[in-house]
Ligand binder design. Structure first.
Ligand SMILES: [Mg+2]
Length: 229
């Protein structure tokens, strides 16, 4: 068997990040009285997602800090709906950070696949998420028992696709690059990052996005991993 260590991304690879955000927003809309203030939920959610992606790109490039990112993504979205109140955005943001990772929100068949992989390989997480958020998420979703190590970008002081986070994760896992495989949903961040350090990569292209990346494997759904591994 070629691979010994399998490194898996968390958000949008095994954890349905968009669903957990959506569910958390539904609760926070009630709690913070946003319906009463006339904010349309779905429009707010769509705009937030777009703002969040833009700000995460800046965060990944080291242009903005974590605290700023967290409040800013809510503040600029709320402003579009007439709520110009950074302190309010800050309260919304911290409630979101606490509650969202507590949601049980794994993609279908994740547990079946992890149960299949666990006796055959040593499993690890590499994630760009915030440390405390990812730790709560793994715990709330009962995932810790599957993973020998968890590397977050905060701990490694580098974010995927940077070489440094992968090298940090190999060291922590006591893994050799040639025995290691990366599984992730983001072609550039997870897979091209992994290939650049010499790992093989499985691109979880759940949305069937056209691309020209030369990936080792590509899957459309989690269960296909059982055919590859
Ligand atoms: Mg991801």
């Amino acid at each position: 068997m070629k691979y010994k260590h399998i490194f898996i991304d968390l958000d949008r690879t095994i954890y349905d990040f968009d669903k957990s955000t959506h569910d958390t927003f539904l609760e926070l809309f009630d709690k913070f009285g946003l319906y009463d203030r006339g904010v349309p939920f779905e429009q707010f959610f769509e705009l937030y997602k777009k703002n969040n992606v833009d700000l995460w790109d800046q965060y990944r490039e080291g242009k903005i800090a974590k605290k700023f990112l967290n409040v800013q993504r809510f503040d600029i979205t709320l402003k579009k709906f007439g709520i110009n109140d950074r302190a309010f955005a800050g309260r919304f943001a911290s409630d979101y950070l606490i509650n969202s990772p507590l949601k049980k929100s794994l993609f279908p068949n994740v547990i079946e696949v992890l149960e299949y992989l666990k006796p055959k390989y040593t499993l690890h997480i590499i994630t760009n998420g915030f440390e405390e958020v990812q730790v709560s998420k793994l715990e709330a979703n009962d995932l810790n028992k599957y993973f020998t190590t968890v590397t977050t970008s905060e701990e490694a002081k580098a974010k995927k696709p940077k070489r440094r986070i992968f090298e940090y994760a190999f060291k922590k896992a006591d893994a050799k690059v040639e025995e290691s495989l990366m599984i992730g949903d983001d072609l550039e961040v997870d897979i091209l990052g992994a290939l650049a350090v010499g790992m093989d990569g499985v691109y979880c292209n759940y949305d069937n996005i056209p691309h020209n990346g030369e990936v080792t494997f590509e899957i459309k759904e989690m269960l296909e991993l059982k055919n590859i591994l």
